[in-house]
Design a protein around this ligand. Structure first.
Ligand code: FEO
Length: 400
């Protein structure tokens, strides 16, 4: 096989043999504006082992990188840490070409691989189970619901290396393979954006996982996720960021999101912003006609208040607003207060409908929803301006 692509050595036994997807811009609803990587790893032990694969259309790239180190047919084991298609999409092809002695996955992984890819012959491994590769040992850690039921980590003791599938990853296509080659602010932004959009609902499990990893006292010098750069210099940095993100400390920042038909709901949004400004509350205003839901999620991840504006269209919430609210609700944000607002022409159902969704999201309402028939008048604008004071008072009460 022609080896166009080269593997990248990341530790004594391990090579990165993944693929770089520079062009993907939508990842099941998440705007991957920086592309992504699908990281697969080759462990060059006495029993050569492939850890995860890549999205199906990138299989040639993965096989080419493997072939730069070893004839793929010499691989003996394949480990599937996660059955989602971006990591197991090339598994069937890999099985066909490699004819491995064993394929290992978690119990739920075995089930999922059977259901999604009709893959048979997977050996299920239990939490804590080990597999010897001859001169190296793999230990499996079940990480159920981080972020699928099948998810697991694999630890390679000899290289003090943790294969963490989606955990500690980010959607970021770069020529660099290691985090220490990249700017800290870029890592924190892309890592945070990934966390907010993929892992946020499972924060309670992440806190438990971090405690568990600490209790196991595993020596971890390298964290090798399935997306983005490998953490090799300072693994504590990404662990600390996860601990902070997962703990979701209450924040005194506000986010105003809205869409507008004839600028009336927008006038209300800007009056709310002015009220926040007068109270020295940091905030961001995001129109839903110009911002993607995954960027809204990232901003909300750092906020403690949300104000949602929607015009009424045909007796309903405006479509862009319902899209974003549905998405945000699924991410299960916590510790939020806020309010609904919006302009209408004749019936005005949207504000009540938005309020109902905010209640479902357990957002503490600091005010009744504010409605304006057509253009907001002075009274409506005054009510919008007053939300800054209302939210500040609520935060103070929550803290006392
Ligand atoms: Fe990167 Fe859950 O797959």
């Amino acid at each position: 096989m022609q080896t166009v692509y080269q593997a990248v050595r990341i530790s004594e036994h391990v090579y990165w043999v993944g693929a770089i997807d520079w062009n993907v811009r939508d990842f099941h609803g998440y705007a991957t504006k920086s592309g992504t990587t699908y990281n697969a790893y080759l462990v060059m032990a006495e029993k050569p082992t492939l850890i995860d694969t890549v999205r199906k259309q990138f299989s040639d790239e993965m096989f080419s990188r493997i072939a730069s180190v070893i004839d793929p047919a010499e691989i003996r084991y394949i480990i599937s840490n996660h059955s989602e298609q971006d990591h197991s999409g090339s598994l069937s092809l890999a099985i066909e070409r490699i004819q491995p002695e064993r394929i290992y996955a978690s119990k739920m992984g075995k089930k999922a691989l059977g259901e999604i890819f009709h893959v048979d012959g997977v050996t299920a491994v239990a939490d804590g189970e080990t597999v010897s590769l001859g001169d190296a040992t793999l230990t499996f850690l079940e990480t159920k619901m981080l972020h699928w039921p099948d998810s697991m980590f694999t630890y390679l003791a000899e290289d003090r290396l943790l294969f963490s599938q989606d955990g500690f990853g980010m959607h970021l296509a770069t020529a660099e393979r290691f985090a220490d080659q990249l700017d800290d602010s870029l890592l924190e932004y892309e890592g945070g954006r990934y966390y907010a959009n993929i892992l946020w609902p499972y924060s309670h499990l992440i806190l438990k996982l971090l405690d568990r990893v600490k209790a196991l006292d595993l020596a971890i010098d390298i964290v090798a996720p399935d997306h983005g750069p490998v953490w090799s210099e300072d693994t504590g940095r990404i662990m600390d960021l996860y601990a902070r993100w997962a703990s979701a400390e209450p924040s005194r920042r506000a986010l105003i999101i809205y869409d507008t038909m004839w600028k009336n709901t927008e006038r209300m949004a800007l009056a709310i912003a002015e009220g926040l400004q007068r109270e020295d509350i940091p905030f961001k205003v995001m129109s839903l006609s110009g911002n993607h839901r995954s960027d809204i999620a990232y901003e909300l991840f750092h906020a403690g208040a949300i104000f949602v504006g929607s015009p009424t269209l045909n007796n309903n919430v405006f479509p862009t607003v319902i899209d974003v609210l549905t998405y945000l609700k699924g991410l299960k944000p916590r510790n939020l207060v806020g309010a609904a607002f919006g302009s209408y022409g004749w019936s005005g159902e949207s504000v009540g409908q938005v309020e109902a969704i905010l209640r479902e999201m357990k957002v503490g309402l600091v005010s009744e929803g504010i409605k304006a028939r057509n253009a907001p008048d002075a009274e409506v604008i005054a009510r919008c301006l007053s939300l800054g004071e209302a939210v500040k008072k609520t935060w103070d009460e929550m803290q006392s």
